[in-house]
Design a protein around this ligand. Structure first.
Ligand SMILES: *Cc1c(COP(=O)(O)O)cnc(C)c1O
Length: 462
C-alpha cells in the first residue's frame, strides 16, 4: 500500500515511512493511494469478533507488509491491553435510536488513546528494527499530548516534546502531561492558543535541516497511522448495531477533523454509514464552511469543550483532496490562500461532494451545559462537554437510522464544567486517583520557534 500527499508534490511512501514521517514534505498530508474495500460478507464476518480481531481485519490491508500478520496481531493486543473495559469501545443507549460510543476507557481517558497506544507499539517495533532515533513533537489542545506522553514515555530511541497552550487546558489534562517522570518526556507550555502550537509545529517540519538533524516525527492527527487506528471503532460499533445489513449514522464532536475523517474512510471502505455529522462548539469553522462554502478562520473562543477549540482544522485537507477529485495542485492553492488571507471558498462541485457525505451542527456553551444536565437527568449518563456537543447535535439528525454519538472523553477530565451543569463532580477511575499528588515538570516558552528548536537540540543532544 502506497501513500500520496494531498498537495501532490511529495514522494510516495509506504505505510511505515508515512507513519514515521507525519507531515509530507510539500506541506500536505498522506492518504492511501487507493482505499481498500471490504465487501458485505467480510463486514458481516466481523460480527461477534473481539475489538482486537476487528482492528486486525480492518487495518491489515492498509499496513501492507510493514509488519507481518503475527507481529501486527501482537502489537494490537499490547496496545489495548491497558484499557479499563474489556469491550475497549463499548456502546450504551441514550434514547430509542440513539447510542453512545464510549471511547474513553484508555489510559488517559480520551479517544486519542486508541490511536496513540497503537502507534506507540508500531513506532517501537519499527525503530528497534532500524536502530533509528526519532524526536516526536506534538501540538495539543489537551488530549493528544497526554495520550502521546502515555504511549511513548520510557521508550528507547524516542524523545517526546508536547506543546500545549499555557493556561488553556484542564488541570487533569495538564497533570497527565506534566507528571510522568521519564526523562524522554518534555512538556512545554506555550504562550498562545492551540493554533499557535500547531503553527509552530508545522514551521518546524518545514525547516528541513532541523527536521533531518533531530529525526523529527509527528504524531498529531496529520499522521495517517492515527487516522487508521480510529477507523476500527466505526466498524465495531456499526457491526454491533446490525451493519452491513442496516446502515448506521455517526455524530462526531470535531476539532481537527481527524476522528470524523476516520469515519469517512470506514464509509469509503464499504461500511454502510448513512450520514457523518460534524458537531462543533462555538468554534464552528467547519459548520460555517459546510453551510456557506467559505472556510474562514476567526480567533479561537475558549469554551468548556477545549479539545475542540480549533480554527484551522488540519485533516479537513484530506476531505478536500477527495472532494477536488484528488487534485493536489488545487488543494495546494487553497492552502496557500488560507495562509495568505485566512480564508478560501470551496468550489460548488466540491461543496456538493462534501455535503453528500457530511452534515453539520453547532452548539453554543449554554446548550452544551443544558445537554449535560438533561442527559444526566433523563438517562443517568454523565457526558463530558465534548460528548455533550455531539449528543445535542445528533438529536437534530435523529431518524429511522440508528445514530451513534462518539463520547470522546471521560467526564472526569472536565470536572468543573460537568459539576457546574449537573451538581455532580465526576471522579477519576481509581487507577489514576493520585494524579493530584504527583509532582509536575514543565517548561514555559514564548511563541518563538528558534528558542524552541534550541531547547529541542539541547535536550536531545542532536
Ligand atoms: C481531540 C478531541 C476532539 C476532536 O477530535 P478531532 O479528531 O481533532 O476532530 C474532540 N473531543 C475530545 C475529547 C478530544 O480529545
Amino acid at each position: 500500500m502506497q501513500y500520496i500527499s494531498t498537495r501532490g508534490a511529495a514522494p510516495e511512501l509506504d505505510f511505515e515511512q508515512a507513519m514515521l514521517t507525519g507531515l509530507a514534505r510539500d506541506g500536505g498530508l498522506y492518504v492511501p493511494a487507493s482505499v481498500p474495500q471490504m465487501d458485505h460478507a467480510e463486514i458481516a464476518a466481523l460480527a461477534g469478533k473481539s475489538y482486537e480481531e476487528i482492528a486486525f481485519q480492518v487495518m491489515r490491508p492498509f499496513v501492507g507488509d510493514a509488519f507481518d500478520a503475527t507481529q501486527f496481531r501482537r502489537l494490537i493486543e499490547r496496545a489495548y491491553a491497558g484499557f479499563g473495559h474489556p469491550a475497549r469501545a463499548p456502546l450504551r443507549q441514550l434514547g430509542p435510536n440513539h447510542f453512545l460510543l464510549e471511547l474513553f476507557h484508555g489510559p488517559t481517558l480520551a479517544f486519542k488513546d486508541f490511536a496513540m497506544q497503537l502507534i506507540g507499539q508500531l513506532f517501537q517495533a519499527a525503530l528497534s528494527r532500524s536502530g533509528q532515533r526519532v524526536t516526536i513533537v506534538g501540538a495539543t489542545s489537551g488530549d493528544t499530548g497526554s495520550a502521546a506522553i502515555e504511549a511513548f514515555k520510557g521508550l528507547a530511541n524516542v524523545d517526546v516534546f508536547i506543546l500545549f497552550p499555557h493556561g488553556r487546558v484542564s488541570e487533569v489534562q495538564r497533570r497527565q502531561m506534566t507528571t510522568p517522570d521519564e526523562p524522554n518526556v518534555h512538556a512545554i507550555a506555550v504562550d498562545g492558543d492551540f493554533d499557535t502550537c500547531q503553527a509552530l509545529l508545522k514551521d518546524m517540519f518545514n525547516d528541513f535541516a532541523f527536521r533531518e538533524r533531530v529525526g523529527l516525527a509527528g504524531v498529531n492527527s496529520i499522521n495517517w497511522a492515527r487516522v487508521l487506528a480510529q477507523v476500527v471503532y466505526y466498524f465495531s460499533a456499526a457491526v454491533s448495531l446490525g451493519a452491513p445489513h442496516r446502515a448506521v449514522s455517526f455524530t462526531v464532536p470535531t476539532g481537527n477533523f481527524g476522528d470524523i475523517f476516520a469515519g469517512y474512510i470506514a464509509r469509503q471502505m464499504g461500511l454502510p454509514i448513512e450520514r457523518l455529522v460534524i458537531a462543533t462548539n462555538q468554534n464552528d469553522i467547519l459548520h460555517r464552511c459546510l453551510e456557506t462554502g467559505e472556510y474562514r478562520t476567526e480567533s479561537v473562543q475558549p469554551s468548556i469543550s477545549p479539545s475542540m477549540d480549533i480554527q484551522v482544522s488540519s485533516n479537513f485537507e484530506r476531505a478536500l483532496f477527495d472532494a477536488y477529485g484528488r487534485d493536489g495542485r488545487a488543494v495546494a492553492l487553497l492552502m496557500e490562500e488560507l495562509k495568505q488571507d485566512g480564508r478560501f471558498t470551496v468550489s460548488q462541485g466540491a461543496l456538493e461532494t462534501l455535503r453528500a457525505t457530511f452534515a453539520s451542527g453547532r452548539v453554543d456553551e449554554d446548550a452544551t451545559r443544558a445537554a449535560i444536565a438533561r442527559y444526566q437527568r433523563e438517562t443517568g449518563e454523565i457526558l463530558c462537554p465534548h460528548s455533550a456537543v455531539g449528543a445535542a447535535v445528533a438529536e437534530t439528525f435523529q431518524g429511522a437510522t440508528p445514530m451513534v454519538t462518539l463520547a470522546t472523553a471521560h467526564p472526569a477530565k472536565f470536572p468543573d464544567a460537568v459539576e457546574a451543569a449537573t451538581g455532580i463532580r465526576p471522579s477519576l477511575p481509581p487507577r489514576m486517583s493520585d494524579l493530584f499528588e504527583r509532582a509536575e515538570r514543565v517548561t514555559r516558552m514564548a511563541n518563538d520557534r528558534q528558542a524552541l528548536q534550541a531547547l529541542i537540540l539541547e535536550r536531545t543532544g542532536a
